[in-house]
Design a protein around this ligand. Structure first.
Ligand code: ADP
Length: 408
């Protein structure tokens, strides 16, 4: 019998990322993206068997796009029959979900209850689940939450120094994100560090368009830089990260802006884009910096400095340090930022190996510190889709099992 495959779905507000994955080998049988949904330019892109297919689907929403995905799958001989489970990325699971769960109507209600915590993401995740459950009623559907891995944080890490009632009555606390990536990368890093996961201490930096850093002790998140929302912490592509909270009021008064307009500045016009003035994309900024564009040089300098500060600040949560791990598009590719950060962290015992650092890009994995470095820095390409596929595969033929994954 052929290996069961898992359909992995990541429904955003205007896009759907999808993949069909062999959860045992990690092979991606098909990958694709439905983008610019709800616009005249909506389109689907499929990559299958080395071929790329682009399909215009003007004005498609989630439903039309998912039906087009299903139609495409059904056109590939034997493929649909091999799909035995569906795994859904869900951004916010609040305090309710500590691991991945089989989706039931009750689970849908709990996810709905978390909508106010991630108003841009959860409603889209839910709508994707709703449609997919109708399209594949016979398959087990699993929700895998970005927040779940961080539910192991102690209260001293997740309670803000605000009136405690705001936590109790309104859920104001640190939740943390990128959890699925941290779960995958920490497992892989422990192997590369030759340590048992349950006796390891690492700081992992997931540096994508959104960026965060997490302290993982014995395989569990004990502190993370993102907070109640994915804006807190280090510099992001377009988001400010942590700033003086009174800047909100100052901007509102000074520029006569509403809270939404101030938020728009902090979420969409800040970060690498705001400082450089040219782009949120690290590659573009590195290119401009190489041509002596001053604000791009400053953007990279601030990015690396704030990242180094954050990594160092998480060490007390661990008590010791076995490794610093870089992942995400910038972590996996920007030798420049990694080198700058490692140099600033020399006092922690990190010694950069320039040759290794330069060579470890575009999907390569391995150490970027010297063999004598007291602490190892590693690059580990993340694979959230594989984690989602493996969690979903857990429920194939086991529909009574309620949870899996981190700290379930
Ligand atoms: P997302 O959070 O959207 O999943 P990614 O993890 O794909 O994002 O990371 C996107 C970031 O990675 C962008 O800032 C991009 O410029 C950066 N990146 C990708 N390749 C390189 C590279 N070769 N050098 C520097 N930055 C890179």
């Amino acid at each position: 019998m052929s290996t069961p495959l898992v359909l992995v779905l990541n429904c955003g507000s205007s896009s759907i990322k999808f993949a069909i994955i062999n959860p045992q080998t990690g092979d991606e049988i098909l990958t694709g993206l439905a983008e610019r949904l709800f616009s005249n330019d909506a389109q689907l892109i499929f990559k299958h068997n080395g071929d790329k297919t682009v399909m215009a689907k003007p004005d498609a929403g989630h439903s039309a796009a998912l039906h087009a995905v299903v139609e495409f799958i059904q056109q590939q001989p034997g493929l649909a029959e091999q799909i035995k489970a569906v795994g859904h990325r869900v951004v916010h699971g609040g305090e309710h979900f500590r691991g991945s769960v089989l989706i039931t109507d009750e689970v849908m209600r709990y996810i709905d209850d978390c909508n106010h915590l991630a108003p841009l993401h959860n409603p889209a995740n839910l709508s994707g689940i709703d449609i997919a459950r109708k399209v594949f009623p016979q398959l087990p559907h699993t929700a895998v939450f970005d927040t779940a891995f961080h539910q192991s944080m102690p209260a001293k890490a997740f309670i803000y120094p605000l009136p405690y009632e705001l936590y109790i009555h309104h859920g104001v606390r640190r939740y943390g994100f990128h959890g699925t990536s941290y779960r995958y990368v920490s497992e892989q890093a422990a192997q590369d560090l030759n340590l048992p996961l349950d006796n390891s201490a690492m700081v992992i930096a997931h540096l994508g368009n959104g960026a965060s850093v997490t302290a993982v002790l014995d395989g569990k998140s004990v502190e993370t830089s993102m907070g109640m929302t994915p804006n807190e912490g280090i510099v992001h592509g377009t988001r400010s990260g942590s700033i003086d909270p009174s800047i909100h009021e100052y901007l509102a008064d000074r520029l006569e802006l509403s809270i939404q307009q101030v938020n728009d500045i902090l979420w969409k016009q800040s970060g690498l884009l705001g400082i450089s003035g040219i782009s949120n994309d690290c590659r573009t900024i590195e290119d401009a910096a190489a041509r002596d564009h001053e604000r791009s040089k400053l953007a990279l300098e601030i990015y690396s400095y704030r990242l180094a500060r954050m990594i160092a600040s998480l060490v007390p949560a661990l008590g010791r340090l076995d490794g610093v791990i870089f992942t995400g598009g910038i972590g996996e590719n920007s030798e420049l930022i990694r080198a700058d950060v490692i140099r600033q962290l020399g006092f922690l015992g990190l010694q950069l190996d320039e040759g290794r650092n330069t060579a470890t890009i575009r999907g390569a994995r391995g150490p970027i510190t010297t063999d004598n470095s007291p602490v190892t820095a590693l690059v580990i390409p993340t694979n959230e889709e594989l984690m989602i596929a493996q969690d979903a595969a857990h429920f194939i033929d086991q529909p009574t099992l309620a949870t899996t994954g981190a700290a379930a």
